[in-house]
Design a protein around this ligand. Structure first.
Ligand SMILES: Cc1cc2nc3c(=O)[nH]c(=O)nc-3n(C[C@H](O)[C@H](O)[C@H](O)COP(=O)(O)OP(=O)(O)OC[C@H]3O[C@@H](n4cnc5c(N)ncnc54)[C@H](O)[C@@H]3O)c2cc1C
Length: 375
């Protein structure tokens, strides 16, 4: 039986990045995923994920985002794939909303290029967007979106290039660690390695039940509409990504048009609790009507014609900050999970951090916020 240096369980957004970073540093890596490469059953599908650095969720995240944007560029260079579209980003809401005030705090603390716009400025510069008179926005020119499918494919391609062995459609049923190593059992085999990296996404409640974190897995829906009127107004050269906080409990977000001219929009809050096994993948008429009404309240031409919808999974922690650390009870295991609906933009730097933790036992990146011992 081959003995590996590291086994990576879960090859989605985070695990594919970890497999690449570890293989690149000369580790003998085995990657395992229960599904085919770049599937649509977890959290990393739907064509687009917002990335931004003026981070409303807290300034502690900004150093990681500065590094993530460097790594997105590197991945594009090394694979020739276009992964990151820098179309700018708008954070819109009341001046004291978390969306506006939180991103302003991060932007000012870290000198992230940005502009503060009032409602009239927004209407003039971005004609698809019609804020209320008392809403304002922070515009971040370096923001944009990354392709989740493209990123996972690029990381898997790079991992394989550096010699990682990647097994898809092979589910991990059990794992254990001892003083001398780790042992992982799948439907077809047992594998041993010196260390284990666990990136199970919405399957964290199964693979990481002993971690002591109360995960809430949520069903979320991504919607695509064909706008009415001038479709070119939604082109990435004219339409930024945006997050719009319309009241304390409602934040929706959207993207420029994709190649087929359909425009994606979704709600960030109010997902339905579920599990990865039992999620209802159907999307009903009333959900579509609700999304159309919310988006249409600020972008009147957006919900022209409904095109399609797709469900996706969030894995929330109680405080919606990530879990990224050595496993408290298993010194040979490192975990990355609980990304709470905002993790994708960090994927390449999470891969780098996981490789640091495996190889050096620590990382120069600031990850104190993500310690599972906080719960
Ligand atoms: C609708 C939606 C919108 C989002 N928007 C944004 C956004 O705009 N910006 C942003 O930054 N983030 C966003 N996110 C969040 C982001 O996409 C996630 O945080 C990220 O994709 C999580 O990656 P992951 O690797 O943890 O999970 P996944 O990519 O789902 O990977 C987990 C992998 O583990 C595998 N696995 C699990 N259990 C096993 C097992 N037992 N054996 C083998 N394999 C296993 C799964 O098959 C899967 O491939 C969004 C998420 C959703 C759902």
């Amino acid at each position: 039986m081959t003995h590996y240096d590291v086994i990576v369980a879960g090859l989605g957004g985070m695990g594919s990045a970890a497999a690449y970073q570890l293989a690149r540093r000369g580790q003998r890596v085995l990657g395992l995923d229960q599904f085919a490469p770049v599937h649509n059953l977890g959290s990393s599908h739907g064509g687009s994920r917002i990335t931004r650095q003026a981070y409303l969720e807290g300034p502690d995240y900004v150093p990681l985002l500065l590094r993530a944007h460097e790594l997105w560029d590197e991945i594009e260079r090394d694979t020739g794939r276009e992964v990151f579209t820098r179309c700018g980003g708008l954070m819109v809401g009341q001046p004291d909303s978390q969306t506006v005030a939180g991103s302003r705090l991060s932007a000012e603390k870290f000198d992230i290029p940005h502009e503060l716009l009032d409602a009239a400025d927004v209407r003039r510069r971005f004609p698809t967007m019609v804020p209320l008179d008392d809403e304002v926005a922070l515009y971040e020119p370096g923001a944009g979106f990354v392709s989740p499918e493209g990123s996972v494919a690029a990381h898997l391609q790079l991992a394989a290039r550096f010699g990682a062995e990647l097994h898809h459609e092979e589910q991990v049923f059990t794992w254990s660690t001892s003083e001398s190593g780790v042992r992982v059992g799948t439907a077809s085999s047992y594998y041993t390695a010196s260390q284990l990296v666990l990136c199970p996404g919405a399957w964290a409640p199964c693979l990481l039940s002993g971690l002591g974190v109360e995960f809430e897995v949520q069903r979320q829906v991504q919607y695509w509409f064909r706008p009415s009127g001038d479709a070119s107004a939604y082109a990435p050269s004219r339409q930024p990504v945006y997050l719009w906080e319309t009241d304390e409990d409602t934040q929706f977000y959207g993207f420029p048009a994709s190649a087929g001219q359909d425009v994606k929009v979704a709600s960030h809050l109010g997902g339905t609790p579920c599990t990865a096994e039992t999620i209802d993948r159907r999307v009903d008429e009333s959900e579509i009507r609700r999304m159309a009404a919310l988006a249409g309240s600020r972008l009147p031409t957006l919900p022209g014609e409904f095109r399609r919808a797709a469900t996706c999974l969030y894995t929330n922690t109680p405080d919606e900050h990530f879990v990224l650390a050595r496993h408290p009870d298993h010194p040979r295991a490192v975990v990355a999970c609980g990304f709470s609906g905002h993790g994708f933009k960090f994927a390449p730097v999470v891969g780098e951090i996981l490789a640091d933790l495996v190889l050096d036992g620590s990382t120069p990146h600031p990850i104190a916020l993500f310690d599972p011992a906080r719960f």
